[in-house]
Write a protein that binds this ligand. Structure first.
Ligand code: SAH
Length: 355
């Protein structure tokens, strides 16, 4: 028996190529993808502009759906977290964050994560596998179905489970699909990819499309960052910041976003704020301060709000553009670093210890 391939693994260009190789006219690829992404139809029987015989042939070779939604949790603030299951049983989470004029979707790039950041629930899970392009894109398809017909996902952030730059080929193809004017048609600037600092792949990411770059900074010194983000031992702060300073396309209009999770007594002193200001001086950037979301696997927690305010005021006074991120969805464990469903944990266990 031959294995079915997945339509959503391919950009339009790539699928046209595949169809041509199979002796089909390339425009058939455009038609099929239009059904999937513009009409949100995955059922072959509804694809009425394709001849019946062709539909049967394609249905034998190609899958249209990579994820099933197995659970939805809605927060009091409107944030909506979905548990999505792949065909092998692996589970990831995606979070929809409604705001007044936009619908931001936070998606995952891996099942679990290999980076083991000390304060992150996903890091505590360990790593099972990379997501395929189809599984990345299907998070958008499944979550779009939770919205009213007149609402659309307007922004996508790769800030869910996993490290996108350690799964760059699949993430790249997903970005091509999401930004294709004939498919999802998201402007590249409506996509943000967050990295813990895989310095060697940042340029390659920005070569795909001019998406926004977010970097999880969390500490102004190697001594502290080595502990919080172990990847820092491979790519220390000096390398990271030097690389960001040299990037084409970073400008005051296209700043680098830095995430800075404030952890009680670890990275929240006035001295830390001053060092941060010195580290980032002259680099077009915005700092996003996130008081740590506690979870059972992390020894730390957020600082008292007076300390959060003092830290934020201090970096602001130092000339950095800074926002304090209101934690959303904390009542459903949908906030940053809390994505670690029980099912996901079980999937990681299965992958790490087969049998
Ligand atoms: N691996 C990528 C993508 C994940 S983004 C990255 O590290 O950037 C998720 C963001 O939430 C990261 O900035 C991460 O460091 C942060 N985060 C993780 N655990 C958190 C917690 N418990 N509280 C607040 N932020 C957390």
């Amino acid at each position: 028996m031959h294995r079915q391939q997945h339509l959503k693994n391919h950009s339009r260009e790539a699928l046209r190529e595949r169809f041509r190789a199979d002796g089909l006219p390339a425009y058939r690829a455009d038609q099929v993808l239009r059904w999937l992404y513009v009409q949100a139809v995955e059922d072959w029987s509804a694809m009425s502009d394709l001849p019946l015989a062709l539909r049967e042939q394609l249905a034998a070779d190609w899958q249209t759906r990579a994820l099933d939604c197995v659970h939805v949790a809605r927060s009091q603030d409107g944030t909506c977290k979905a548990t999505l299951r792949a065909h092998d049983g692996a589970v990831v989470e995606a979070v929809l964050i409604p705001e007044e004029r936009r619908q931001t979707l936070c998606i995952s790039s891996q099942v679990g994560c290999p980076l083991a950041c000390s304060f992150c629930a996903t890091g505590a899970l360990g790593f099972a596998r990379n997501l395929t392009t189809a599984e990345i894109v299907d998070q958008v398809c499944r979550m779009q179905e939770l919205l009213d017909p007149d609402e659309r996902i307007t922004n996508v952030v790769f800030m869910g489970m996993g490290e996108p730059l350690l799964n760059l080929p699949a993430v790249a193809e997903a970005i091509r699909i999401l930004t294709d004017p004939k498919l999802f048609a998201l402007a590249p600037r409506r996509i943000t990819v967050s990295t813990a600092g895989v310095v060697s792949r940042i340029e390659a990411l920005l070569d795909i499309a001019p998406v926004h770059l977010a970097v999880s900074l969390h500490a102004p010194t190697d001594a502290v960052r080595d502990v919080l983000v172990p990847l820092n031992r491979r790519f220390p702060l000096a390398d990271l910041i030097a690389t960001l300073r040299e990037l084409d396309g970073v400008s005051p209009r296209r700043p680098v976003f830095f995430e800075y999770t404030l952890i009680d007594g670890v990275n929240d002193s006035e001295r830390d704020a001053e060092r941060l200001v010195a580290l980032l001086r002259g680099l077009p950037c915005k700092l996003n301060v996130i008081p740590m979301n506690p979870h059972p696997d992390a020894p730390h927690g957020p600082p008292p709000s007076a300390v959060v305010d003092r830290f934020t005021a201090r970096v602001h006074a130092g000339g950095l553009r800074v926002t304090l991120r209101r934690n959303r969805g904390t009542d459903i464990d949908a906030a940053c670093g809390q994505l670690a469903a029980r099912e996901a944990a079980a999937a990681v266990d299965r992958a790490v210890s087969p049998g």
